[in-house]
Design a protein around this ligand. Structure first.
Ligand SMILES: O=C1CCCN[C@@H]1CCCn1cnc2cc(F)c(Cl)cc2c1=O
Ligand SMILES: [Mg+2]
Length: 484
């Protein structure tokens, strides 16, 4: 049918699923797997074009490692994969016959790549080694699958870099994190917080984890947007990735790994969609402007169609992604709803009056504003409108997220804020067992609260401030909440 059957604020889960099904994904017969249709694949490609160009400026090179991992390699370090083992997918047969040894499908590629890093890195001249791959990974998770946010197979990029010094690694971790912030804030118009993960939440195999964290006001859940880890020398030790330094001494390399995935698209949908459907930020919209003719019984229909075609070519020549919808089997009204559902940021209507006045009518998808524009200044007006839409979508989302933030000092305030679906900013003693204790005490059907990150931008922490959970001296302000 035409519209959505539920409202975003009434039944978020159903709303999200229906919005995704309007040409972003198709459900698949294997649970947790989804078909990425062109409407969402185009978003992935636009982000990939940006990110790929940026990492190439950083001298990162793309490569491709095999999908399959032999068990010996995957299970090289028990502690690295402890806890993850249940989500590893295995190939056990080919045709009718069993494989001698089952083969794992990569859930991430450290164990696939690092034996070769050990082989390729001999001396300091082999450093820094900076490789990235655009690929899919498989994690056979059992918690409720959600299109883009949590699927058993997803697309991502995984960067794996090796340096001679910790300083170089520390620097690159933050450079990549800034690119992730740009993907979210400049392309997807989604505000994120940059911060450090707690010892409990970080990648266990690494030294420290930084992340960009988003927040979904409707569900009151944080969502990890992307991660940039410094692995220290842990994997160098595990996989003997050593190099001979200038003085002829053998040293272990310092490594990073970093990733973002198709989860980015789900965060964008959840953030911007409304009861008419998706709203695409212009930067990532495969169609930024849709031009719709509004013919009138005996008016000059051909003239209207020609004006639409001319408008699309003028916009396209200026690098704007514009399309006309001249289908004669749908009414203008039907077309308005259809393209609004798909989230096209700007609609242009051309009817008899517009033809006479040599103008077009523009309608913004983000706030519904209508404006008549003379055809003579069409291109710069539309460029301006698209920039305003991009900016407005970010500002609106940022204001909504800020309205969810609640600063608290005590346990009681924490519980009240948690139940009000807030993004909680709390003074914390930064002790692991305190975080584990908070998780245990907040366990419930809607999931436990945990740390999301400790923001790099720390508010003032007055001397003597106590941890909200343990009463011990607080060391830092940390964002807490339920999460995806
Ligand atoms: O997040 C990134 C950036 C890109 C490269 N990887 C790291 C860490 C990935 C953690 N992680 C995440 N999930 C996993 C699932 C698994 F089944 C196994 Cl065996 C391992 C892992 C695992 O190590
Ligand atoms: Mg996982």
């Amino acid at each position: 049918g035409l519209g959505l059957s539920v409202k975003k604020d009434e039944n978020f889960g159903e709303w999200y699923s229906e919005v995704c099904k309007h040409e972003m994904i198709e459900y698949y017969d294997i649970s947790g797997c989804y078909i990425l249709r062109p409407w969402s694949m185009a978003i992935w490609e636009i982000m990939q074009t940006f990110f790929d160009a940026e990492i190439k400026k950083m001298k990162v090179k793309n490569c491709y490692f095999p999908l399959f991992v032999s068990p010996g390699v995957l299970e090289k370090e028990k502690d690295h994969i402890e806890g993850f083992a249940p989500e590893v997918a295995w190939v056990t047969k080919s045709g009718k016959s069993d494989l001698e040894v089952p083969i794992a499908i990569r859930p991430t590629s450290e164990t696939v790549m690092y034996p070769y890093y050990s082989k390729w890195i001999r001396g300091h001249r082999d450093l820094p080694l900076k490789l990235n791959q655009w690929c899919n990974v498989v994690r056979w998770e059992f918690s409720n699958p959600t299109p883009f946010i949590r699927s058993r197979e997803f697309l991502w990029q995984e960067g794996h870099t090796a340096f001679a010094t910790k300083e170089e690694a520390d620097k690159e971790v933050l450079e990549i994190l800034e690119l992730y912030r740009r993907i979210y804030e400049e392309y997807l118009a989604v505000p994120v917080v940059k911060g450090m993960k707690s010892e409990n939440e970080k990648f266990a195999g690494g030294l420290y984890t930084t992340s960009v964290e988003a927040f979904i006001p409707n569900t009151g859940r944080g969502v990890q947007g992307a991660t940039s880890h410094c692995l220290g020398q842990n994997f160098a030790k595990m996989f003997e990735i050593n190099f001979e330094n200038e003085k002829g001494e053998t040293e272990m390399v310092w490594q990073n790994s970093w990733a973002y995935s198709t989860r980015t698209i789900g965060v964008m949908i959840m953030t911007h969609g409304d009861d008419k459907g998706l709203i695409l930020p212009p930067k990532v919209a495969s169609v930024q402007v849709v031009v719709i003719p509004v013919p009138y019984k005996d008016a000059n229909t051909q003239g209207i169609f020609d004006a639409c075609t001319a408008t699309v070519s003028a916009l396209s020549e200026a690098g704007i992604r514009a399309e006309e919808d001249l289908r004669d089997n749908y009414s203008p009204g039907w077309k308005y709803s259809n393209w609004e559902m798909k989230g096209v940021p700007l609609r242009i209507e051309i009817g008899p009056r517009d033809l006479e006045n040599d103008q077009v009518r523009t309608v913004r998808r983000d706030n519904g504003a209508k404006e008549d524009i003379p055809r003579g200044s069409l291109v710069e007006h539309v460029k301006e409108l698209l920039e305003k839409i991009q900016e407005n979508m970010y500002e609106v989302a940022k204001a909504k997220r800020e309205a969810c933030v609640e600063e608290i000092k005590t346990w009681d305030e924490f519980i009240v804020a948690l139940n009000k679906k807030k993004l909680i900013l709390a003074p914390w003693c930064d002790e692991e067992e305190v975080e584990r204790d908070v998780k245990a005490r907040t366990k419930g059907e809607t999931g436990a609260a945990k740390t999301l990150c400790s923001p790099f931008e720390q508010p003032e922490l007055p001397e003597g401030t106590l941890c909200f959970a343990s009463g011990k001296p607080a060391k830092k302000w940390t964002y807490w909440g339920r999460s995806y």
